[in-house]
Design a protein around this ligand. Sequence first.
Ligand code: AHM
Ligand code: MG
Length: 334
Amino acid sequence: MPSETQVVTMSRFLVDQERHFPEATGAFTNILHDIALAAKVISREVRKAGLMGILGDAGLENVHGEEVQKLDVFANDVLYRALDHTGHIACLASEESEDIIPIPDKFPAGDYVVLYDPLDGSSNIDVNVSIGTIFSIHRKVSHGERGTLEDCLQPGSRQLAAGYVLYGSSTMLVYTTGAGVHGFTLDPSLGEFLLSHPGMTMPEPPTKTYSINEAYYHRWAPGQQRLVRWLKGEGGFGSRYIGSLVADVHRTLLQGGLFMYPRDRNKPEGKLRLLYEMAPLAMIVTQAGGRASDGRHDLLDIEPRSLHQRTPAYLGSREFVDLAERYLEEDSEI
Ligand code: AHM
Ligand code: MG
């Protein structure tokens, strides 16, 4: 680990990490570099969005029938362009695109698959609340030259790496390759991500905070309702909910607690997407010593059936996720 006075850029850190794997080709490190570059470009636009008058709807709907805002379109494009031509990628998948995104024939294809939510929490853009990018990297498992749907539908436990970028009061990139969780803060004057949070682990004992949109209380099943009543009553928990996934999970990672987005009567599968959101965030939280569950099973073990599959989500300090599962045992179905 660097001493307090050492400045370590993300590029330097990635190269140092790669040295631990003599068989590494550098492809994987390059992908993380490319994602970091895309994050800087997106961050730059997010920072000046209010000034440039580019807020507002682009007049399009995404595959979920939701309004797509200009920054979502921009971020989606930036990530695609950062990754499509490098020769490292078999195929891509984005929360903003219905199907997998093939690599154009004019470019060589590679061995890795990247899935991403280019700009999560877009409804928060207009009110200047933190938003984020989430990414997940798998190795290609199909045998053809180019990636297929099969390569994208892998359980979270098979991710090679996962990360997020938080465009908050500062821009941070947090990632794991399965060897701890490391956080970098963008120095805007240098245009570099600097290692600010090496070896992130969730605090023990965790802060007793729960995070959920409680407005849906009356749509929840009885076990879910009892859980929240216990947390804020006997459990003595406080409550924090930003309503922007990356920001809520980042706080939970740093302080501990329990983030929940349950199923309810109107959303029988919950809201959050397994592949673009919960699997990568679950890998990070698990690597940091926490847990992520769909309320019954470890989220990382879920075998995806479709690209845009949703999942109920319980994520945070291990003991709190275990507690949630015990309460939810009484809820068979809603
Ligand atoms: P989005 O896909 O429209 O950006 O919505 C995703 C966001 C998450 O960031 C957040 O966790 C969740 O929606 C909040 O949902 P709700 O408003 O139902 O609490
Ligand atoms: Mg999203």
